[in-house]
Design a protein around this ligand. Sequence first.
Ligand code: GDD
Ligand code: MN
Length: 381
Amino acid sequence: MLVDSDELSAEGSRIELAADGPEFSIVVPTYKERANVAELVARLRRVLAGIHWEVIFVDDDSPDGTADAVRELGRVDRRVRCLQRVGRRGLSSACVEGMLASSAPYVAVMDADLQHDESLLPDMLRALRTGDVDVVVGSRYVAGGGVGNWDASRLRKSRFATRLARFAVKVPLSDPMSGFFALRSEVLHDTVRHLSAIGFKILLDILASSAQGLRVRELPYQFRERIAGESKLDSKVAWDYLMLILDKTLGRFIPVRFVVFMMVGGLGVFVHLAVLTSMFKLAGSSFLSGQSVATLVAMTFNFIVNNVFTYRDRRLSGWGWLWGWITFVLACSVGALANVGIATYLFQEEKAFWVLSAIAGIVVGAVWNYAVTSIYTWKST
Ligand code: GDD
Ligand code: MN
């Protein structure tokens, strides 16, 4: 039944409805955190008493049944919500979608593994309510914060990554890598279409993507030890991070994927020459067969490396991998024809300098390869 809004307010029930919504949503990305969710909810209840809060767990279909555990909690407490994503992975995109699922004016993001100090949440909310700040960051590196007993190597890596972040984020921040922060929801709504949403560093992404300078405040906290479950931060994270920084700096002028694709292509040239040399010069096969095999090997090499690095977020496997390889080889063969055709035309018909003719051919072929394989080989779904 449709109810006239005047009628609602006349009855005074609209005000009541408004007061019923959450003021503060805590977004918690989870992957294999079944053992931690109940304890986290218990702690949130304690520290957020007196606040209209809710917690939105965003689970990427964890095989340990984290989503079921969350729904069970939600059955007895409506403030506990579960957003389960099937066939998807990614910390940043999980955080974004969790925040978008909230209708609260303020949202926080925190890990499920109890490493982030939940007692900071009321202070974060208080800071946001003043209206003087847009983003509050839980920081391990301002006075009063800390990382517990990290070994020297992890400390060094974290410091280095923090320094790297300065290139992308204009706001001076001691801990731009923090996974623990809160913001005015509008900040996200304004930037969401500009986010890279690659990898782990959603805070950095938001800060680097926002058009106007955001007012940021850092609050110290002690990063705790993880007790149950294990960290998902591995060597891939470093690569994702580098891609994010590149996308936020260089990416304004030229797509990062294109740059990486070109670098991989450059490596392919060496592979090609190595195969050709060993067949033609060492094993005594004909130039034609050496060149043909070298071309196929270099294409396959490029396909494999691009599949692992350039398109790691759309990585192909199984039959998809085989089909991807076929489309890649076909596309690059056409690219090679275009390359030779254009270079020959410029050199013979336009009397262009031979090096320039060759480079023009290579550029056209490379752009073709990139454009076609980004559509047919690594389709974005
Ligand atoms: N939905 C979803 N999808 N959640 C994920 C995924 C994923 O692919 N990968 C990890 N998570 C969840 C974990 O379940 C956990 O709740 C949180 O994201 C952080 O993952 P950890 O694996 O515990 O990361 P960490 O402790 O090594 O690093 C954390 O702390 C750093 C310092 O604050 C992260 O928050 C980093 O972003 C942060 O820089
Ligand atoms: Mn953790």
